[in-house]
Design a protein around this ligand. Structure first.
Ligand SMILES: Cc1cc2nc3c(=O)[nH]c(=O)nc-3n(C[C@H](O)[C@H](O)[C@H](O)COP(=O)(O)O)c2cc1C
Length: 306
């Protein structure tokens, strides 16, 4: 089957296949170059970047669960300037889409970060992580308040130049369709869906939480049904392309998300289980499509009979 069959056309962005890596689970990309050819991926979403470097949360900040993991890394990162200087030039950005994931704690700071990235040649798109608690609003994450999602999106869009803006939605809300509509009203070109689900783990021997932060984000196979439901609801609520994220660990999983309407997917925790996971999924997808008689992703997308 020709590689043309897996091409994904998005606003301002064409992917050679629908397999992206999820932010925070694939480092800055370079760390995984020994497990496969980075250029074979549809794209790489790099670790969340903030204007200034961040240390992240205290240890322990990872806990294993039966079907995934809990993390409270707290967006440890080297800062946008160091990323642009020390990492991006060494990524194959001419051959695959390198996407920044933006993290900030107020709308103005989001705008500043977008402005820094707006004119960078090797940056294919900006993904906005709205999970930071907004201290001014009493600690509720931006991503839980449609008004703030819209305001942050508008600010990023205003400063992003011609770069496509993806808003990454949180599942920790009552109605994810409301959040999706708010992002689209704010000018989002695309949405990614979902970030981690809030969870916790405890130790009955020490009587302590397993994470120093007490709460963390649950990811991995356990959240796939939640992610699939969210993508289905969001695809029905808005008309911009949606990128599915959550528990994707095989080529079959990719097609599940495309069947409910996603244009592309991101592979997250599976990278920790097998560092070559995303490469394998991208290479296995065409054969699986052939086996199932799927001629192209555009025809298959959203064809769920429900
Ligand atoms: C260790 C770790 C770090 C993460 N860091 C980020 C981040 O910096 N920005 C972000 O938007 N999402 C981050 N995420 C969320 C993932 O990108 C993804 O949305 C989530 O893990 C669900 O996908 P999965 O089940 O395939 O892992 C992180 C997830 C993990 C496990």
């Amino acid at each position: 089957m020709s590689s043309l069959d897996t091409i994904v056309r998005l606003p301002g962005l064409t992917l050679k296949n629908p397999v992206l890596t999820a932010s925070g689970t694939f480092g800055y990309g370079l760390e995984f170059a020994r497990y496969g050819n980075l250029a074979d991926l549809g794209g790489i979403v790099v670790k969340g970047l903030s204007l200034k470097p961040r240390q992240g949360n205290p240890m322990p900040r990872i806990a294993e669960t039966p079907c995934g993991m809990l993390n409270a890394i707290g967006i440890q990162n080297i800062g946008v300037e160091a990323f642009l200087r020390d990492k991006l030039p060494f990524l194959p950005w001419r051959e695959t889409a390198v996407i920044a994931n933006l993290y900030a704690c107020d709308a103005h700071e989001f705008g500043e970060l977008a402005a820094v990235l707006a004119s960078v040649e090797g940056m294919a798109a900006l993904e906005v992580n709205v999970s930071c608690p907004n201290v001014k609003e009493g600690g509720v994450a931006f991503g839980q308040n449609p008004g703030q999602i819209r305001a942050v999106t508008e600010e990023v869009k205003r400063n992003a130049g011609s770069k496509p803006v993806i808003v990454k939605l949180s599942p920790n809300v009552t109605d994810i369709a409301d959040a999706a509509r708010a992002a689209v009203d704010g000018g989002a070109d695309m949405l990614s869906c979902i970030n981690t689900l809030m969870g916790m783990a405890v130790d009955i021997r020490t009587r302590k939480p397993r994470l120093a932060n007490v709460y963390g984000g649950l990811s991995g196979p356990a959240i796939k049904p939640v992610a699939l439901r969210c993508v289905h609801q969001v695809c029905r609520a808005v008309s911009v392309p949606v990128i599915g994220v959550g528990g994707i660990a095989s080529a079959e999983d990719i097609l599940d998300f495309i069947l409910v309407g996603a244009h592309a997917v991101q592979v997250g925790t599976a990278n920790f289980m097998r560092p070559d996971a995303a490469f394998r999924m991208a290479s296995e997808l065409p054969a699986l499509m052939e086996k199932l008689g799927i001629g192209g992703l555009d025809d298959f997308r959203g064809s769920l009979r429900a």
